[in-house]
Design a protein around this ligand. Structure first.
Ligand code: ADP
Ligand code: ZN
Ligand code: MG
Length: 483
């Protein structure tokens, strides 16, 4: 028994607060940070007789999420009441979607190296993503407790994964990617500090090779992704050690204590609620039309990983460059425009990633305020590519472009920076350089090949960097050998 190897199985229920202007069923603001109970009305406080009206934008964001997660969008979904009593829920029920959710059977892909991934990519199936409403927030003072209902009725999306995550690291990568996708699509700000993402982690362990799942332990109360990771790093060895001691694990809910770094029992299956779900009688089922669905489809942005792959495939960029553009949307658009302008992709990527990023940071300029156009950058790379200016001069031209927004060709002409490729003119610079450095010239003649660099440097100095360096090298060799 003790020689047996165990593996963890993890499934996540992630609650994400939707980025709507108003709450799910009423016109109260969906805003963070207002004084307690200032964003409430009879509907979100659950006064008898108050009637809910569904927030269409929340429905759109739900379907948008379904599309981003490759889910089916059933033609019929409905809302249900989940009944329970708790001080932070004055209605005594929460409206959610029980057996007919708005989206189901999808998947998510993310970069991850380790158990359960192939070629650096992990793929996890998504069971469902359903809409529900948030409840109030209790605060406990010395002698009394208070409830703030500002958050009650705020739209939440619960995204449920299949039990396919294989480690704490993989779970962390899953959460990072999921929230990045949702934030970029405008589904949610996913601000953890403001409690906009909360997740329950379900974890069990089983002997390696065992097809059946072990007893599910649900962990609550993590308030950061690293909290989730730490909770799993504690919980997985705890469960394995218990099995190795010959104990039997039972389904239960445990609470993560961030300070002490442990999980402790909260409730067992025996205390499980019977929520008495029934269809919400005050709300229509949700049956989206084809037109409505296509208007949501039009809002689906490119997934970050797809974008990275496209930058590698379409532009032949290395992994690191593509990774940069996966995160930097505006600079990516600038780069793509510049490529359209006829410049070569790799040099353009270098300019954007090194120079432009550096200049933006140095001038505290936002990425949409680059002082020259993508076409100008394209022109600059073509000037170096065709040998009209050296790469050193290109840096000077770039600096002027940043100052004036002028086109590179006009800067080059105005400042007389065209590379000197005229043999006669270059030869003249070479003769002067040899005359100025008789020592290194002698060394070179005696066979010290490296001495040529000093003389070449002198040529560049005399010509202010405008001489074609390759041509200068060739001519210097000829002159030194010939004389
Ligand atoms: P419940 O009905 O108690 O909510 P579900 O079967 O709906 O349980 O699963 C809730 C979450 O727990 C899902 O993310 C699922 O992947 C995960 N899960 C279910 N069973 C297990 C298990 N044995 N070990 C780990 N995770 C599990
Ligand atoms: Zn309200
Ligand atoms: Mg469930």
């Amino acid at each position: 028994m003790s020689a047996m190897e165990y593996e963890p199985v993890i499934g996540l229920e992630t609650h994400v607060q939707l980025k709507t202007r108003t709450k799910m069923w009423c016109a109260c603001a969906n805003e963070y940070g207002s004084p307690p109970n200032t964003q409430v009305c009879p509907v979100c406080l659950g006064f008898p007789g108050a009637l809910p009206v569904a927030n269409e934008e929340a429905l759109r964001l739900t379907v948008l999420t379904g599309l981003l997660l490759h889910c089916e969008i059933p033609s019929f979904a409905k809302f249900d009441r989940k009944n329970y009593f708790y001080p932070d829920s004055s209605k005594n029920y929460q409206v959610t979607q029980f057996d007919r959710p708005s989206t189901k059977n999808g998947w998510i892909e993310f970069e991850f190296d380790g158990e359960g991934s192939a070629d650096g990519i992990a793929k996890i199936n998504i069971t469902r993503a359903h809409l529900e409403e948030d409840v109030g927030k209790s605060t406990h003072f010395d002698r009394h407790s208070g409830v703030d209902f500002n958050r009650a009725g705020v739209p939440l999306l619960e995204i449920v994964s299949e039990p396919e995550l294989r480690s704490s690291e993989m779970t962390y990568a899953y959460l990072k990617t999921l929230t990045q996708i949702l934030a970029r699509a405008g589904v949610s700000d996913c601000d953890l500090e403001k409690g906009m993402v909360r997740c329950d982690v379900n974890v069990s362990v089983r002997p390696k090779g065992e097809p059946r799942l072990g007893a599910k332990i649900e962990i609550k109360n993590m308030n950061s992704f690293s909290g989730v990771r730490r909770a799993l790093e504690y919980e997985i060895p705890r469960q394995i050690a218990a099995l190795k001691r010959g104990e039997t694990l039972r389904q239960e809910t445990r609470r993560w204590d961030d300070e002490s770094g442990i999980t402790e029992p909260m409730r067992s299956k025996e205390d499980a609620h019977d929520y008495r779900y029934f269809p919400e009688p005050d709300l229509m089922p949700f049956a989206p039309t084809e037109d409505w669905l296509s208007s949501v489809r039009a809002r689906v942005p490119e997934l970050p990983l797809d974008r990275k792959r496209r930058f590698m495939h379409d532009y032949g960029l290395p992994d690191g460059d593509a990774e940069f553009f996966r995160h930097n949307i505006e600079l990516g658009a600038f780069f793509e425009e510049a490529v359209k302008g006829g410049g070569a992709a790799k040099p353009l990527a270098n300019w954007v990633i090194n120079n432009i990023t550096g200049s933006l940071a140095a001038h505290s300029t936002p990425a949409d305020k680059i002082p020259f156009t993508p076409a100008h950058l394209s022109e600059l790379t073509n000037l170096t590519g065709s040998g009209k200016i050296s790469s050193k001069i290109a840096q000077e031209v770039y600096a002027v472009m940043w100052e004036t927004g002028e086109a590179p060709t006009s800067i080059v002409n105005r400042l007389g920076l065209l590379q000197v490729s005229d043999t006669g003119a270059v030869e003249e610079f070479c003769r002067q350089a040899i005359a100025a450095l008789p020592g290194p010239a002698d060394d070179y003649r005696k066979g010290k090949v490296a001495a040529l660099n000093a003389i070449k440097g002198q040529v560049m100095k005399l010509s202010k960097g405008k001489v074609n360096p390759q041509l200068a090298g060739e001519l210097l060799e000829k002159l030194l050998r010939g004389s």
